[in-house]
Design a protein around this ligand. Structure first.
Ligand code: GSH
Length: 220
């Protein structure tokens, strides 16, 4: 098992980076934070991953892309006390299923709405934004039923699925507020905000709230 410190290319305001930061903070994993506003960091990222998407992890000569894969990689090659993907295959399946749910049906429509706002007005996609808002409503309704009687998204403990849920629900609520009828989702979002690993990620991102294209609300 490689003992060297992993290097993470990331930005504190990015939801996908926060997903990985939560996993790192859960395990108190020492790592080198290559913050993307540091001189040269973006060029290094581009050389590693031409898609220029972040986060990216470099460790023991390997470059790992995609937040989920990075968390899985850390669990295998740089594990801490907290196992974020269960060893049991069936329990892991449920965690991965919920991880896909938060990526595809919460983060993807949320990003669609935000990216559309960054575009020049002439090339905006109002139908796409309407569809994304409808997808978020459907996701909130489904998740509300899923979270009834549950503390975390899958199994009994905090997992990979919650690492993504935390930033994605955080920004989704800013983008397309979670209706009060979805009390289980609102309570889950609050539990995630109270989790020390995510609270730290939220605090580190505070100085960058003016980056939020829709205008950040005056609340977490
Ligand atoms: N599928 C990627 C998504 C990463 C992603 O979309 N990251 C955003 C920041 S939250 C990004 O790289 N944005 C820059 C861009 O789109 O050029 C993952 O899971 O890591």
């Amino acid at each position: 098992m490689a003992k060297s410190r992993p290097r993470l290319y990331a930005h504190p305001f990015s939801s996908y980076c926060q997903k990985v930061l939560v996993a790192l903070y859960e395990n108190d994993t020492p790592f080198e934070y290559r913050m993307l506003e540091e001189p040269g960091a973006m060029d290094e990222l581009t050389a590693l991953w031409p898609m220029k998407r972040f986060p990216v992890l470099v460790h023991a000569g390997r470059t790992v892309i995609e937040a989920t894969s990075i968390i899985e990689y850390l669990g295998v090659h740089h594990p801490g006390a907290m196992q974020l993907v269960p060893g049991d295959a069936d329990a892991a399946l449920d965690v991965r299923m919920m991880d896909r749910f938060f990526d595809n049906y919460v983060s993807t429509p949320q990003q669609k709405i935000v990216f559309d706002r960054i575009r020049a007005e002439a090339v905006r996609d109002p139908q796409g934004v309407t569809d994304a808002r409808a997808m978020l409503d459907t996701a909130y309704a489904w998740l509300d039923r899923r979270m009834a009687g549950r503390e975390w998204a899958a199994g009994e403990g905090f997992s990979l699925a919650d690492c993504g849920a935390a930033p994605f629900l955080f920004y989704a609520d800013w983008t397309h507020p979670i209706d009060a009828v979805y009390a289980n989702v609102i309570a889950y979002r609050q539990r995630l905000l109270a989790r020390p690993s995510f609270a730290r990620a939220v605090d580190e991102a505070r100085p960058f709230r003016n980056y939020f294209p829709l205008g950040a609300p005056d609340r977490d």
